[in-house]
Design a protein around this ligand. Structure first.
Ligand code: ADP
Ligand code: MG
Length: 621
């Protein structure tokens, strides 16, 4: 017998699992059964596609054997099994780097944490919540030798040669005090039905059944084996036969989520391609939504045979929050990831699935607005990613995303913005480049307030990247208020001849600010503020340039802003009347610096700003 130690992370993880999840230890059974089901899927797949395995027997079953007296339970399967090496690496280390995130994400809230266990796949170790000793006997398909792995879940594990009649894995749990409640056949049946009813393989329970014996006038215990689950691929049944409860149960069993999904879309396509899709939208966005290594939520089946659950090709990345199943009749069983990438069948299924999901979302937005708001509060951001990446569905996505606005509380749609447009209004306006509070008080909005024009507040950090590439909503132009060209909607505010009168001042400002500005000109967008800065139509805004630099892009040319001044403002009028002197020079810089500050751009030289401010203060006090 050889003694091995757990990888440090495993010991850590075991401690956390055992101590933080006590309120729902029953999930140990879901985890172990799903491992058995995975192992059966893997073996079935191999016997279908790999010549070396074709002759192996495949008699899929998962068996639970309960010994109430000794408080033990075995969970065995006729799946792929594990070699000695597999036992060491799969049950002694944490291979997937994503799993390490698990450790940092545990919240102490048992409900959430047990949900995480399923998401991050540290399921096997949950056995130690209910057992103080776990023995695994496994024989890998195609091999003769079996191995026994034993551990108390504390320091490490032992491994020794063992015997097993056929390939597969048997897990023997010696229940601890906490686990003793599961040494009960009723309880076990209830848990299997709750979590594992739709596992594609039959699950049998062997236990001592008490039955009344009329002849002896007492109940007698007989060793009995019964199938516990329904073992059907529920998604292949017609919608009319399925209840909401069926759908919710399936959702919970494939995702490990505790909460009901928000809604689901079940589609059966017949014709040139035959496939079934069942997509669910989780009530809460998955924890790893914004991780590079997010876990794929859609499982691929071919003719009811599980193929893979980690294919990022199944749906576009922005729909990575969707959970569910794609089951195709037309894909080959031995489809590999490489083939998937340019497979015509999958491309068609994917295109149709995206269209389906988006159009269903649109109809929910129209018919069940409250439900849709719940959806949007979790998934607005990924939809915006779609605006950036999914050109073909941009029109639909524009109707699905929601916006903050100067005109409404909460969120609004572009369709609603359109319906509120003034009869003569030409464009829809938005402001980007900072936190909501900064945007709402920006001088750039003054003229829109004055003219009672609605402006969308786009305060997500990537809104500028997304929306600078979108020029129109239907026939209507979408315009950023920070861009130098102004729309027809703003013209005629200030009389044109003012520009002539202002020219000497503009020239003076330009001479003073030198190469810090591209141009200085009279503004038509200001009402209360004396100045603001704007960028050219094709150029990224100052804020955006900062972001690009912060993200490590070094070769960003230093683009200069244009300073606009408000001809109607008292300060500007006084400045116009004033001859060249140091006050005028200080004022020029202060007009520029305050415009930068209002945009949330840090000053290059705060000391000079403060000196100037103090000189002016000194004069006025
Ligand atoms: P996950 O199932 O997410 O990979 P688990 O902790 O549940 O994580 O299982 C770890 C690994 O141990 C599995 O990926 C699998 O390789 C192996 N394993 C666990 N149970 C079995 C089993 N019954 N048969 C074969 N392999 C198994
Ligand atoms: Mg597992």
């Amino acid at each position: 017998m050889s003694k091995r130690e757990f990888q440090t992370e495993v010991s850590q993880l075991l401690q956390l699992i055992i101590h933080s999840l006590y309120s729902h230890p029953e999930i140990f059974l879901r985890e172990l059964i799903s491992n058995s089901s995975d192992a059966l899927d893997k073996l079935r797949h191999l016997t279908l596609v790999d010549d070396a395995y074709k002759s192996l027997p495949f008699d899929p079953r998962i068996s639970l054997e309960l010994d109430e007296e000794n408080k033990t339970l075995t969970i065995s399967d006729t799946g792929i099994g594990m070699s000695e090496e597999d036992l060491v690496s799969h049950l002694g280390t944490i291979a997937r780097s994503g799993t390490k995130n698990f450790l940092s994400q545990l919240s102490g809230d048992a409900r959430k944490d047990s949900n995480l266990i399923g998401q991050f796949g540290v399921g096997f170790y949950s056995a130690f919540m209910v057992a103080d000793k776990v023995e695994v006997v496994s024989r890998k398909a195609g091999e003769e030798q079996a191995w026994r792995w034993i551990s108390d879940g504390k320091t490490g594990f032992d491994i020794e040669p063992a015997e097993r009649a056929v390939a597969g894995t048997t897990i023997l749990l010696h229940f601890n005090e906490e686990g003793a409640q599961y040494a009960n056949s009723w309880r076990l049946q209830e848990i299997v039905k709750k979590y594992s009813n739709h596992i594609a393989f039959p699950i049998f329970l062997t236990y001592d059944k008490s039955e009344w014996n009329e002849a002896e006038k007492k109940s007698i215990k007989t060793r009995t084996t019964e199938q516990v689950n329904v073992a059907s691929a529920l998604w292949r049944r017609p919608k009319s036969e399925l209840t909401d409860e069926d759908y919710k149960e399936l959702y919970k069993s494939i995702t490990g989520d505790w909460e009901d999904p928000l809604f689901w879309f079940h589609t059966r396509a017949e014709g040139s391609l035959e496939y079934t899709t069942l997509f669910y939208i989780p009530a809460k966005a998955p924890m790893d939504l914004y991780h590079a290594e997010y876990k794929v939520g859609v499982k691929l089946y071919v003719k009811r045979v599980f193929i893979m659950d980690d294919a990022k090709e199944l749906l576009p990345q922005y729909l990575r929050f969707v959970r569910g199943i794609i089951d195709s009749e037309d894909l080959p069983l031995n489809v590999s990831r490489e083939i998937l990438q340019q497979n015509r069948v999958l491309t068609s299924i994917r295109t149709a699935s995206v269209k389906k999901i988006l159009s269903e979302l649109k109809s929910i937005a129209t018919n069940q607005p409250e439900l849709y708001l719940k959806f949007i509060s979790e998934y607005n951001r990924p939809l915006k990613e779609g605006l950036y990446g999914d050109y073909a569905n941009r029109e639909t996505l524009l109707d699905l995303v929601r916006f903050k606005s100067t005109k409404v509380e909460g969120l609004t749609s572009l369709a609603d913005v359109k319906s509120r447009m003034k009869p003569e209004q030409k464009s829809i306006y938005y402001i980007t480049g900072g936190a909501e509070s900064l945007l709402r008080t920006s001088p750039l909005l003054e003229i829109y307030k004055k003219k009672d024009l609605e402006v969308l507040i786009l305060d997500d950090d990537f809104d500028e990247i997304v929306f600078s590439g979108i020029e129109k909503y239907g026939e209507i132009d979408l315009k950023a208020v920070s861009k130098s060209s102004t729309s027809e909607d703003l013209k005629d505010v200030n009389e044109p001849d003012q520009a002539e009168a202002l020219k000497p001042l503009l020239d003076k400002l330009k001479a003073t600010l030198g190469d810090r500005v591209k141009d200085v000109r009279a503004s038509v967008r200001l009402a209360d503020s004396p100045s603001c800065i704007v960028s050219d139509e094709e150029e990224p805004s100052i804020k955006m340039q900062q972001m690009m630099r912060a993200m490590g892009q070094k070769d960003i040319p230093a683009l200069k802003p244009t300073l606009e001044i408000n001809p109607d403002h008292e300060i500007v009028k006084k400045l116009l009347a004033r001859s060249d002197d140091s006050v005028a020079e200080d004022a020029a810089w202060l007009l520029f610096d305050q415009a930068l500050l209002m945009e949330g751009v840090p000053l290059q030289d705060p000391a000079s700003f403060v000196h100037r401010l103090n000189r002016i203060l000194n004069l006025s006090i």
